[in-house]
Design a protein. Structure first.
Length: 277
C-alpha cells in the first residue's frame, strides 16, 4: 500500500471522484475535487479560529472548505479547542474523501494505539470505495480491528476516580468498552449491578455484514472481536437497549451510557440534567 491515499467524496448526493491510490507521496488524486464558491462553513466557526473551522469542515466532509482554509493559512495539524486535528475529525466522522485529502497533504496520522476507534468508524462510511482504500491504508500503518481500550489501565483508573469523586462519567457507543475493566477502590467492577447500555449485538451484526459485503474484511473476521452487550451482561450489569440504530441513553446515578453513535443527543441531555442537580 502506498504511503498516501486518494480521495472519494460526495457533494450534493453525487459522487464526484472515485477513491484511488496516490503513489510516491504525491497529492494529485487528493487534489482532484471540484471547486465550489460556497464552502458551507458558518461564519461563527470561522470567527472561532482556523483550528475549529478546519475541524468543522473536515467532520462534515467539506473538502473544498478544508482546502480553502489551508490556503488561507490554517496549519494542517492545527488542533481545535477540543484538542483534535482535522484528520481525526474526518476519520471519526467517516469522511474518507476529506481524510485522504489531508493525508495527501502530509497530515500527521493519529497514534493508532490511542485512536483505535478510527478504523471501524471509517469502515462504515457511505463512500464504500473510499472506505476500502482508507481501511487498507490505516491497517498498513498500525491500526487494528482488534484494538480496544481493555488494556488502558491509566484510563480505567481515571474513570474509577472520577466516578468515586461523585463526578459524572458518560460514555457512548464502543466507548463503553472502558467500563469492562474499570474497578472501584474496593475492587468491584464499576458496572456490576448498574443499568447501562452500549453498542448492541444487533448493531455489531449489522456492522460485520456491512464490511463483509464490501470485502473490507474477510467473512468471519469481525469488526469487534467480542460483543459489548454480552460482556456487560456477563459482568453483572443490567444491560438495556432501544433497538437497531435508535438513539438511546440511560443514567444510573452518576454513570451515563449511550447506546451508539446516534445517541449523542440523548446522552448529552442526561449529562446536562445531572450537572444541573
Amino acid at each position: 500500500m502506498p504511503d498516501t491515499c486518494g480521495t472519494g467524496l460526495r457533494r450534493g448526493g453525487a459522487k464526484t471522484q472515485g477513491c484511488q491510490a496516490v503513489k510516491g507521496g504525491g497529492t494529485a488524486a487528493a487534489e482532484q475535487v471540484p471547486q465550489h464558491h460556497h464552502t458551507g462553513l458558518l461564519a461563527r466557526e470561522l470567527l472561532e479560529g482556523l483550528g475549529d473551522a478546519i475541524a468543522f469542515a473536515a467532520a462534515r466532509g467539506n473538502a473544498n472548505a478544508v482546502r480553502l482554509l489551508l490556503e488561507q493559512g490554517a496549519e494542517i495539524d492545527q488542533l481545535s479547542r477540543a484538542g483534535q486535528s482535522a484528520l481525526v475529525y474526518a476519520l471519526s466522522n467517516g469522511q474518507p474523501g476529506t481524510a485522504c485529502l489531508l493525508i495527501g497533504r502530509q497530515a500527521r496520522l493519529p497514534d493508532p494505539q490511542r485512536n483505535a476507534y478510527l478504523l471501524p468508524a471509517v469502515a462504515l462510511a457511505e463512500d464504500r470505495e473510499g472506505a476500502r482504500v482508507l481501511v487498507e491504508y490505516l491497517a498498513s500503518h498500525g491500526y487494528s480491528v482488534d484494538a480496544t481500550m481493555l488494556g488502558d489501565t491509566a484510563l480505567h483508573s481515571f474513570v474509577a476516580k472520577t466516578y468515586e469523586a461523585g463526578k459524572i462519567v458518560a460514555v457512548v457507543c464502543h466507548g463503553t468498552c472502558i467500563l469492562l475493566k474499570t474497578r472501584l477502590s474496593n475492587g468491584e467492577l464499576l458496572v456490576k449491578g448498574k443499568t447501562v447500555t452500549g453498542f448492541a449485538n444487533a448493531e455489531e451484526d449489522y456492522a460485520d455484514n456491512a464490511v463483509w459485503s464490501y470485502g473490507l474484511l474477510p467473512r468471519g473476521k469481525h469488526v469487534m472481536p467480542w460483543r459489548i452487550e454480552d460482556r456487560l451482561k456477563a459482568m453483572g450489569a443490567n444491560y438495556v437497549q432501544a433497538g437497531l440504530w435508535r438513539g438511546f441513553a440511560v443514567r444510573d446515578g452518576n454513570l451515563i451510557t449511550g447506546q451508539q453513535n446516534f445517541s449523542g443527543e440523548e446522552t448529552a441531555r442526561l449529562v446536562v440534567a445531572a450537572l444541573g442537580e
